[in-house]
Write a protein that binds this ligand. Structure first.
Ligand code: IYR
Length: 233
């Protein structure tokens, strides 16, 4: 499925055309070592809200987005757009609008139960990372495909597909040495206007990216143990 030599085009209703898939089998010793290493590395990931101003290598961001875009998706429709926001004025606009919404949320719109659930995270309406993290992505989901001539085609399992892609984005960034935050200002409609996205796209998440600040702090949270998240029948 590499798009290096052939360019993707919509192939609605195209016939099934199988090709051989014969990846080399990984020896189980290597598999065990790789899995254990990944488990340890992924357990080191933390959601970061205080970023260093140090720039991040542009190619790492591009490679991480390319990794995310290998995610499986409903009917292989790949219903995602990753917007890299570079213009500082646009970032200011996003921050101002997000903080306005967040203020309403923290002032009561979320409700007591939600606010209580957030308390261990120590978050508030101030979203400094929207302007201060060295890189900012906004991920959009394409609710349907919109052709250049205005043709619309429904996309399937969009939430699941984009959620998987964002998980892979986070994994790629973390394993490449960068920290990130999945931020979902609510409601997010303002992002479509500020970033002038087409009508078929809906904001899914804002992702500030960078290195943790020298004085970065994170909440003292515990992950559920494997026994708490897994059961066997
Ligand atoms: N969107 C708000 C509130 C918030 C909600 C959840 I669920 C979180 O896990 C964290 C924060 C904010 O970004 O502060």
């Amino acid at each position: 499925m590499s798009s290096e030599t052939r360019q993707w085009t919509p192939a609605h209703g195209a016939p099934y055309r199988p090709v051989a898939y014969r990846p080399a089998r990984m020896p189980s010793a290597q598999s065990l070592a790789r899995a254990a290493e990944l488990r340890t590395r992924m357990d080191e990931r933390r959601t970061v809200r205080h970023f260093s101003p140090d720039p991040v290598p542009e190619q790492v961001i591009r490679d991480a987005i390319a990794c995310a875009a290998t995610a499986p998706s409903g009917a292989h429709q790949q219903p995602w757009t990753f917007v890299r926001v570079k213009d500082p004025a646009v970032r200011e606009q996003i921050r101002a609008a997000a903080e306005q919404e967040e203020q309403l949320s923290y002032d009561g719109r979320l409700g007591d139960e939600w606010l209580a659930a957030l308390r261990p995270l120590g978050t508030d309406a101030v979203k400094i990372h929207l302007t201060d993290a060295p890189a900012l992505l906004v991920v959009f989901q394409q609710r349907y495909w919109l052709g250049p001539d205005g043709t619309k085609r429904k996309h399937y399992y969009v939430d699941e597909s984009v959620g998987i892609a964002v998980g892979m984005l986070l994994t790629a960034l973390h394993l490449s040495g960068l920290a990130a935050l999945i931020h979902t200002p609510s409601p997010m409609r303002f992002l479509s206007h500020v970033l002038r996205r087409p009508e078929n796209e809906k904001a899914f998440a804002v992702v500030p990216i960078g290195y943790p600040a020298e004085d970065c702090e994170v909440p003292d949270l515990l992950r559920k143990s494997l026994d708490q998240v897994m059961t066997e029948v």
